[in-house]
Ligand binder design. Sequence first.
Ligand code: ADP
Ligand code: MG
Length: 261
Amino acid sequence: LEEVSELDQANRTAQAVPSFKAGSIEVRDLTMAYGELQVLKGVDLTVRPGSVTCIIGPSGSGKSTLLRCLNRLVEPKGGTLLLDGDNILAMKPEKLRRRVGMVFQHFNLFPDHTALENVMLSPTKIKGLPRAEAERIAMARLADVGLASRQHHRPGSLSGGQQQRVAIARALAMEPEVILFDEVTSALDPELVKGVLNLMADLGTRGMTMVVVTHEMGFARRVADQVVFMDEGRVVEAGPPDVIFDNPQSPRLRRFLAEVL
Ligand code: ADP
Ligand code: MG
């Protein structure tokens, strides 16, 4: 397992815990197509502020596309999307992306920048903060993810788990209302998965609103307030983890769970 150094631990407890802003999401009858291919066929989703929603479902069911619609990396065809009551489809994408952070499977860090510089980029470039202020924020967020002592390392000299934690720090540095996670542990070596999941669980406990696409059923059961099962572009079933995992209502979900558990 990856060790968090004593210095990092000390920094982490010394940092004031950031108070996360509320973030609610309402999705109604969301549709989306790639050309002729209908990928989302009328998705409804409600995310309460400060809650953790895990989205599960087979490959190709539209989970990533749903996340991409939420921060307009792709444009929906129809439907209503609200962020804290504001119409997502009427917002400038740059403005939306300050409010909705995203973490990807493949980190997408800049290889020629240090961990600190990677985390500082959005606060300086997108928010226009002065360097000193951005650096202060970036250091605090690196400390949050247990990587203060790695601030000068480039991604190439960090483990996959550490790189993913830098990517999470980068998302946090924008102080978003919601963070979307798309299979963020799928590319990690097995021994590095737990550290990243624990960090995400920690963020959830501290009130960060999170929408998490994951294959980690243990995480979903333990951390989610709500689990959403998607299949073929629709939400088939949504509910608290104990209902979804122990008392699934739809045959399709039962079959899926039998395959993955
Ligand atoms: P999931 O994340 O659940 O695996 P996706 O949202 O990635 O599902 O994909 C849903 C469907 O859309 C799949 O059939 C996939 O092949 C298709 N798809 C995804 N991205 C694109 C794209 N950029 N262009 C065309 N088809 C795509
Ligand atoms: Mg996907």
